[in-house]
Design a protein around this ligand. Structure first.
Ligand code: TXA
Ligand code: MG
Length: 342
């Protein structure tokens, strides 16, 4: 049985003790819920891969309480890492650095780098302080399912398979941290998130998104990033183009699918003129923080309703948080993208 605890002093102390003893604790961060294990305990880390069904070749992020806890985990702390940390930690930015030999191969999948971040959520911060060990934590979902943004999502996927869940309510950001690789010659964003390319460039002007000469665009051309991931069970199709044209097209396709007997779920924006279907509304369009915060819950809610297919409209994708939202929707669509002419 998974012990669900409140984020009070007693719950934090219990969760911290479980972590120190090699157990698994799901906890809220500002991005999504994490599934934590003592990062220097290889057996605990192996259990994380086991319960998630995650391939051992996919490395984990190590969570620490402050920049002061970084030194033992890495070969050296480059000056840019210090500047980024002072600007963005605690917060949704993960830095990939050359690792020290204290970090087990289980955490890094045998790579010579380690990914590290200091989460900003008060519950995560209190847990890390109480545990007083680095905590390896992927998102607390089954492999290839959408990341959990509420405690109930964690239980949907992992109830009975983990020791403790700290229920800290809804996570505010809603998409996973930005992963920034500082181990090579150029700073590369491997995964876009709430710390945007524009923000990173204020510290490192020549930072880029992987696979791209310019910005968001190349990300989509990088084949390794298009594998099915963050996916609902229902087949999701993403529609891109002018919002009004996109909604017209979604309505038509939804009518046809329903006539074929399919249960149709729709992801639209607040204010889109569409009705008469099972609709999860995000946004509005000009509030991308709200879109990100609700995105994974929308996918899970439509799955829980029993959708066979999900037709999702795209959101402004070229700047800021839009890049991360677009990245997650593209992956959820696993290549099923309809570009609607204007
Ligand atoms: O917001 C987040 O980052 C959440 C919360 C819980 O902190 N965690 C999270 O973990 O999203 P996960 O395991 O779902 O995603 C970790 C990502 C993966 O894409 C992994 O490949 C990448 O970080 N990663 C981890 N270590 C790496 C390394 N040494 N080099 C390159 N990428 C790495
Ligand atoms: Mg994940």
């Amino acid at each position: 049985m998974t012990d669900v605890v409140q984020p009070d002093a007693k719950g934090i102390a219990r969760a911290a003790a479980v972590l120190r003893n090699g157990g698994l604790v799901a906890f809220p961060t500002e991005t999504v819920y994490g599934l934590g294990a003592h990062a220097l305990d290889p057996a605990a880390v192996r259990r994380v891969f086991d319960v998630k069904g995650r391939p051992a070749a996919d490395p984990l992020i190590v969570h620490i309480d402050s920049l002061g806890s970084l030194a033992p985990l890495v070969e050296a702390i480059p000056d840019v890492a210090r500047r980024l940390a002072s600007r963005f930690w605690p917060g949704p930015l993960t830095l990939v650095l050359r690792r020290s030999n204290r970090v087990p191969d289980e955490v890094t999948a045998g790579l010579d780098t380690v990914a590290v971040r200091v989460p900003a959520h008060p519950v995560a911060a209190a847990l890390l302080e109480a545990a007083a060990v680095p905590v390896a934590a992927p998102s607390a979902n089954l492999f290839s399912r959408p990341s959990p943004t509420r405690a109930a999502h964690v239980l949907q996927d992992l109830d009975g398979r983990i020791d403790v869940l700290i229920d800290g309510g809804q996570t505010p950001v809603g998409v996973e941290s930005t992963v920034l690789d500082l181990s090579g010659d150029t700073a590369l964003i491997l995964r876009p998130g709430a710390v945007t390319l524009e923000m990173v460039r204020e510290v490192i002007p020549d930072a880029r998104i992987r696979g791209s000469g310019a910005g968001a665009d190349g990300l989509l051309r990088s084949p390794g990033l298009l594998e099915k991931h963050y996916s609902p069970r229902a087949r999701l199709t993403l529609y891109e183009g002018h919002p009004a044209r996109v909604i017209d097209r979604i309505r038509r396709d939804a009518d046809e699918a329903r006539a074929r007997g399919q249960r149709v779920g729709i992801i639209a924006a607040v204010g889109d003129e569409i009705d008469g279907f099972e609709i999860a509304r995000l946004g509005p369009d000009d509030d991308l923080a709200a879109v990100a915060a609700g995105l994974y819950a929308a996918l899970r809610d439509l799955d829980a309703w029993g959708a066979d297919i999900i037709l999702a409209r795209g959101f402004p994708a070229d700047l800021g948080l839009g890049v991360a939202i677009h990245d997650r929707l593209r992956r959820a669509a696993a290549g099923r993208v309809v570009v609607v002419p204007n």
